[in-house]
Design a protein. Structure first.
Length: 394
């Protein structure tokens, strides 16, 4: 990216009280070839399955049309004219907010009927200069949408939500007209002022929790909040497998020692090499937190030391179904996933020596398994979690 920051994108939701499915849908996509991030939040009319289907239709269309580099008014026109209209109230069945972040860093936001997005520059509210987009053709001609474009700075945040947040608490003594955007913005400023590096997932989560509290913990609408945070990347190094040539052992240990970020060593041989070259001692843990895996070890200056292939395969399995609502355990694979989720740039150093302890050295199966598992993990991290992943073979 031409930008010198990482983009963290996340959302939190709470369903309408008693519903199993959320009528709001949040989708995002990282387009690797264009180094571009698109995020969409859509609120379907009503709640439950019907609302979810309408919001899914809207958000999917919005994502796809935006990806095709159409102009904002054209995107608005296509979506609005494709959406069905309520026969009684003559209004669209769903609302949407689209955030498009290009490789240059330029951000474009297009909104229709969702509460206006809040942009924070540090802990102050930033006005990017909104303009009206008036539809000229089709059944929605005359409809007004809002759009803006701006170049973000490090520590900027974009917060956008469904009206389940802005209307929470409506009719109460504290908020007779609902929580409303200005109060949401003031609360977000308070959170950021209290914790300057609060993550997108925590910020969205706290706003959703407060909206739920406003409704006396019985959500009267689907409550959704998405947050985008432009920040300094948090780095993680994962080393697995010994170097192909023994002479490279020192080089590997040097890379580990000099790395500016957190470090995980996956594999007993890998850990032994680093400990030997750095003249440190490995301390083995004897408590099995995960019955399927050998326990972790401890090495001064290293954040986590685990077994290799089996642990990485378990990491891959956890990541396949992992979401914000999944509670991680204390096993070695869970700890790796936790460190990965807290990081933005993940760099893998993969040793290419065949581990004779595993099998016949003429059959490099273990090496292939290691490479394959790491590639699968990388694909999940890039596609699902927008992580920046890089590889190095040694």
């Amino acid at each position: 990216m031409n930008k010198d920051f990482y983009i963290e994108v996340n959302s939190q939701q709470r369903n309408y009280d008693g519903e199993r499915i959320c009528g709001d849908v949040f989708l995002y996509r990282y387009i690797k070839e264009e180094d571009r991030v698109i995020a969409v939040l859509s609120d379907g009319m009503g709640h439950g399955v019907k609302a979810n289907i309408l919001a899914t239709l809207t958000s999917t269309m919005a994502l796809n049309f935006t990806q095709e580099h159409k102009e904002v008014d054209r995107i608005a026109e296509i979506i609005m004219n494709t959406l069905p209209v309520c026969s009684e109230r003559k209004i669209s069945y769903s609302t949407f907010t689209i955030v498009d972040i290009e490789s240059s860093g330029k951000v474009t936001i297009l909104e229709y009927d969702n509460p206006p997005a809040i942009i924070l520059r540090g802990n102050r509210i930033f006005d990017p200069g909104w303009k009206k987009v008036i539809l000229e053709k089709g059944k929605h001609s005359g409809k007004i949408l809002k759009a803006c474009s701006f170049m973000p700075l490090k520590e900027d945040r974009i917060i956008f939500c469904s009206d389940g947040v802005s209307q929470s608490g409506m009719g109460s003594e504290a908020y007779p007209f609902g929580w409303e955007r200005d109060n949401i913005a003031a609360y977000a400023v308070t959170l950021v002022s209290g914790e300057a590096s609060i993550s997108a997932v925590m910020l969205a989560g706290k706003i959703v929790t407060m909206a739920h509290k406003n409704d006396s913990y019985k959500a009267r609408d689907d409550i959704s909040c998405a947050a985008i945070y432009f920040r300094e990347p948090r780095k993680l190094l994962i080393c697995t497998g010994p170097p192909y040539e023994k002479e490279k052992d020192k080089e590997l240990a040097g890379k580990v020692e000099k790395y500016e970020g957190k470090v995980i060593l996956c594999g007993g041989t890998t850990a032994d090499i680093v400990a030997r070259e750095l003249n440190r001692t490995i301390v083995d843990e004897l408590i099995f937190e995960d019955p399927e895996l050998p326990p972790e070890s401890f090495l001064e200056g290293i954040d986590l030391v685990t077994e290799g292939i089996l642990t990485l395969q378990k990491v891959n399995e956890i990541l396949k179904s992992f979401s914000n609502s999944v509670r991680l355990g204390n096993g070695p694979a869970d700890k790796i996933v936790k460190l990965i989720m807290e990081s933005d740039e993940i760099h893998f150093i993969i040793g290419t020596r065949i581990n004779i302890a595993h099998q016949d050295p003429t059959l490099p199966v273990e090496l292939e398994i290691r490479r394959t598992v790491v590639k699968r993990i990388a694909r999940l991290l890039e596609d699902k979690w927008l992580k920046n992943v890089s590889f190095e073979y040694i």
